[in-house]
Design a protein around this ligand. Structure first.
Ligand SMILES: Cc1cc2nc3c(=O)[nH]c(=O)nc-3n(C[C@H](O)[C@H](O)[C@H](O)COP(=O)(O)OP(=O)(O)OC[C@H]3O[C@@H](n4cnc5c(N)ncnc54)[C@H](O)[C@@H]3O)c2cc1C
Length: 494
């Protein structure tokens, strides 16, 4: 049995490990880093271009980030959090393109307008008010609103063609939106890391056990997926960037901070169109309003995608239930994750989230014509022969203990780390890949503070011009940074 000793082990070759690894090596080039991935190559799970919508989530169009409160008010707070987080990702990619660490921006990011689209008078009033507030904010400078069918048809003709002329349509459009190929980005980040010293990536190797070392750090048991051979690796700090597999590994580590966490797997499907005529006529990511009780990742959207050098239209995702935590996982993932400590929170969530349960059951048993009619709410003239069903990937929503209610279902991401900062895991899915840099910064601050060279935060300011500042409170900074990143990444300034 071989033993490898490094400073940091990254588990999983998705966008999260690739981003954290890149940031760490930028701040401390001498760091010895080992990445292990159970599959044969990187970005095969959630970070694959086809297993997420590729929306550069910036809170431009996702209506679930600006819910209406019971008193009718709308808060931009969550949308602005997401907006600032995505801006950090843009700044990091800008830095890496300038450095030559990433290839041509078109290989991973494109300007695609972000739209919100609603039907009916009540939703119109909501969207109009949301736009009034956003339009006054520098982070959404240039966002447009229209109730005019002809204008909406100019923005996205498929939404209007074949629609009942009496329908009340309303839409917003933000020209500065993006479509991101997180799979291509992950591959490029890892290629750059592997080309440099002090970084090794081992594929086809699964982490099958974790134990604390007597003098600090962790010893990982690594299993070769082909031969079954076992190896060992030790590191002072371990990042569990294993996507849906992170919860099981966190439970194996047995740290007290993991107690009470559970997971709820949600699978997904898309309808996908590759017809060049249709794809050439849709240039937007159009987000609608989620059905009552549905989880935020099930907000339907009609999306332009640029993948494999081609244009596509994606619609969905349709949620479903599978007990796997990863696409490549086992049907026993979910039952195996149940513990005395997370059973009560899970039951509490089942009790308190009946609309979600009903929604998921409805989705699992939805017939193909029912799925298609959801698409036709966006694109009335859609024809089944132009669309194929595709797998959208697997997510594990977090369930955690809550003093008042027993347990809560959380739709965001959560960084969970050991008290001594030697082990850190990322749980949850949303807003996901778009927030990779903001999440990596949270991990740096919580787990690497004393382990990086003095002055690392100053180095970070050189990489991320808004680090330690706030673009939402500084309109000039916001404009300058947006202009710079738009120029380097060849995006649109609205
Ligand atoms: C339907 C859907 C739509 C989405 N849309 C968007 C979107 O539009 N925009 C956005 O920003 N985000 C979106 N997301 C979220 C985003 O895809 C994820 O947040 C992100 O890709 C997670 O990256 P990751 O690196 O944490 O995980 P992953 O990409 O899943 O990588 C984890 C890796 O860990 C490996 N692994 C697991 N267990 C082990 C083990 N024991 N040993 C070794 N390796 C292991 C896995 O094989 C996998 O390769 C979407 C997700 C889904 C499912």
């Amino acid at each position: 049995m071989t033993l490898t000793t490094v400073d940091v082990i990254l588990v999983g070759a998705g966008i999260m490990s690739a981003t954290l690894g890149t940031l760490l090596k930028q701040l401390q080039p001498g760091l010895r880093v080992l990445l292990v991935e159970s599959l044969s190559s990187e970005a095969q799970e959630s970070s694959s271009a086809w297993n997420n919508a590729g929306t550069g989530h910036a809170g431009n169009c996702e209506l679930n980030y600006t819910p209406m409160a019971a008193d009718g008010s709308i808060s931009l707070a969550k949308a602005l959090d997401v907006n600032e987080a995505f801006d950090l990702s843009r700044q990091f990619w800008t830095h890496l393109v300038r450095q030559g660490a990433l290839g041509a921006p078109e290989s991973f990011i494109h300007a695609v307008p972000h739209m919100s689209f609603v039907l009916g008078e009540e939703r119109r009033a909501y969207l109009r008010e949301r736009h009034r507030q956003m339009g006054a904010h520098p982070c959404y400078d240039g966002i447009s609103y229209s109730e005019d069918r002809a204008r909406v048809a100019e923005w996205a003709p498929l939404l209007i063609e074949g629609r009942d002329p009496a329908a009340t349509v309303s839409a917003t459009r933000y020209a500065g939106g993006t479509d991101v190929n997180f799979g291509a980005l992950t591959s490029q980040l890892l290629a750059h890391l592997r080309a440099g010293p002090g970084f090794a990536a081992r594929f086809g190797i699964a982490v099958s056990g974790l134990k604390r070392c007597p003098d600090g750090g962790w010893r990982l048991e690594l299993r070769d997926m082909k031969t079954g051979e076992l190896h060992l690796a030790e590191a002072a700090t371990v990042f569990l960037g294993a996507g849906g597999g992170a919860l099981s590994l966190l439970q194996k580590a047995g740290i007290p901070e993991a107690r009470g966490y559970g997971g709820f797997p949600v699978s997904g499907l898309w309808l996908r169109c590759s017809d060049p005529g249709l794809c050439g006529r849709h240039h937007a990511k159009v987000y609608g309003m989620a059905a009552a009780g549905s989880p935020p990742m099930s907000v339907p959207h009609l999306d332009t995608r640029l993948v494999e050098g081609r244009r596509w239209i994606l619609f969905g995702p349709y949620a479903g239930f599978s007990s796997r935590f990863l696409k490549s996982g086992s049907l026993f993932d979910w039952p195996r994750s149940l513990r005395a400590g997370n059973l009560l929170p899970l039951l509490a969530v089942a009790r308190d989230n009946r609309p979600l349960t009903e929604y998921l059951i409805g989705q699992v048993f939805a017939r193909s014509d029912q799925r298609f009619s959801a698409l036709q709410e966006f694109y009335p003239n859609a024809r089944p022969s132009d669309w194929e069903l595709a797998v959208a990937g697997q997510r594990v929503q977090i369930i955690k203990t809550d003093r008042r209610r027993g347990g809560v279902l959380q739709f965001g991401t959560e960084v969970v780390h050991a008290a001594d900062t030697s082990l850190v895991a990322l749980l949850g899915a949303s807003p996901g890949a778009s927030a990779a840099v903001a999440i990596a910064l949270e991990i740096l601050r919580s787990c690497f503070r004393g382990k990086l060279p003095d002055g690392w935060e100053r180095t970070l300011q050189g990489i991320l011009p808004s680090y330690g500042l706030s673009i939402r409170h500084d309109p000039d900074l916001c404009r300058r940074i947006r202009r710079e990143s738009a120029e380097v990444l060849r995006l649109q300034t609205p």
